[in-house]
Design a protein around this ligand. Sequence first.
Ligand SMILES: C[S@@+](CC[C@H](N)C(=O)[O-])C[C@H]1O[C@@H](n2cnc3c(N)ncnc32)[C@H](O)[C@@H]1O
Length: 202
Amino acid sequence: MSTNWDQQYHDGETPWDKGAPSPPLLEWLDLHPAEMQGRVFVPGCGLGHDVRVIAARPGIDAVIGFDLSPKAVALARDFPASGGETYVAGDLFALPDAYRGSCDWVWEHTCFCAISPSLRDAYVEAVSSVLKPGGQFLGVFYLDPYDEEHQPGDGPPHGSTLEELIDRFTGRGGFTLVESCLPTRAYPGREGLEWILRLVRN
Ligand SMILES: C[S@@+](CC[C@H](N)C(=O)[O-])C[C@H]1O[C@@H](n2cnc3c(N)ncnc32)[C@H](O)[C@@H]1O
């Protein structure tokens, strides 16, 4: 898969976009109906299906869908609003200072696996910087995106291991692990390949 994200949105070549929110996110929200509250940041939000489902929940004040691709952001804005969501085009690795410590939650879904593995510590630093102290990070990680045609080293998507993730976030990353589980719901074809992590920023 190319990393020219904006061109791919222009060309309509977006195989990752399933036209619906992440099933593990829906499952988690059903299991924890009142926990996600306040202001939520969604890096690499694409067309914003997850953004809108979060924005519609009670107790959510604002959701910022953030994506490198101006075209993705423009397409996301074309969907009917569901709550207090906004979409911003920008680079997660060059966040404006105004984002610092501004959010209660971060929701991650297929942004981490889209970036180069060499940027993973920078990713943890970026999402940590957005959170208030005590803010929470919830992510569904596509641990194993590989098949016969797509092997480690030729991503995105880039796989990861649970051990690596926990070490990266809880070690030097400054988070504490709160929840780690296999979601039971998945897009067709991703069953058993994703993992949910919830961490609190120390
Ligand atoms: C595989 S897509 C997933 C999009 C969306 N989460 C979904 O599931 O449909 C990865 C997304 O991350 C965005 N992205 C990649 N690098 C980024 C960066 N440095 N900052 C912000 N967004 C980025 C891309 O533009 C793309 O929309």
